[in-house]
Design a protein around this ligand. Structure first.
Ligand SMILES: [Zn+2]
Length: 243
């Protein structure tokens, strides 16, 4: 809870801080006045359950909303799932061949509860499929819907290398497994004139990579050229390979 020197009631619109500005009600996200009218104007724009009148002089800051349900947009729908923190890195690891809970845990360094929650949501959404070995150990593999995220994942990596790479050069090199040609920024092989499937792409450290930055089984395996969706050295066979 924050305190403020505001001298009149303010509205808390949704989960974002709202405060009085220039005599009206301002939305913290846009810094623009929303309305200078009272409650009616706010509830006409937001669900009444999301509008709260604060007492005089009181201010508040709540966690950001958990979803984009006020956005009728396919980007918003997709981001509700893959925009959650860590989710794209879990999907990245699946493409790399990681499938065991403990391998995700070791490679990502996230709390168990967070990993469990993200994996469960990805399974519920049809992005991952959960399989159990005879040992009772769970494995997570990409479904067809999950593999359809490859162009997005590659696009993110290409964008990151284009605009946020170290001066030494790219951290990762992606090449076509068939001809060893480095892929262009669209994911296409300039030699074969095709966009290879993820399973035909090899990843290896680039000049910008910091070798030994991490020391876990997944990272050690990635210090050598590695084909996506194939077994990582020092780990059990991936579920995909067993199919
Ligand atoms: Zn090629």
């Amino acid at each position: 809870m924050m305190t403020s020197s505001l001298t009149r009631p303010i509205f808390d619109l949704g989960a974002e801080l709202c405060y009085v500005s220039n005599g009206g009600f301002a939305h913290a996200g846009s810094r623009a006045n929303v309305s200078d009218a009272p409650l009616g104007a706010a509830t006409a724009r937001w669900p009444k359950s999301n509008v709260r009148i604060l007492t005089k002089g009181e201010s508040t800051f709540m966690a950001l909303a958990q979803n984009y349900d006020q956005q009728d947009c396919p980007v918003a729908r997709a981001l509700e799932l893959i925009g959650e923190r860590w989710t794209m890195l879990i999907i990245r690891d699946c493409f790399l061949g990681v499938s065991r809970f403990n391998d995700f845990l070791e490679h990502l360094d996230i709390p168990k509860a967070t990993l469990s929650s993200r994996l469960a949501k990805l399974v519920d959404s049809g992005v991952l499929k959960r399989k159990e070995y005879r040992t009772g150990q769970s494995h997570y593999v990409l479904t067809k819907q999950g593999e359809a995220l490859w162009p997005i994942l590659y696009g993110l990596a290409a964008w990151g290398e284009a605009y946020h790479a170290p001066r030494r050069g790219p951290r990762r090199i992606f090449s076509h497994a068939i001809c060893s040609t480095v892929l262009d920024s669209s994911g296409a092989c300039p030699s074969c004139k095709i966009i290879p499937a993820a399973s035909d792409v090899v990843i290896q450290p680039g000049p910008g990579a910091i070798l030994n930055f991490r020391d876990d089984a997944v990272e050690r395996a990635l210090q050598k050229p590695h084909r996506f969706l194939s077994r990582l050295a020092n780990s059990e066979p991936t579920a995909k390979r067993r199919e």
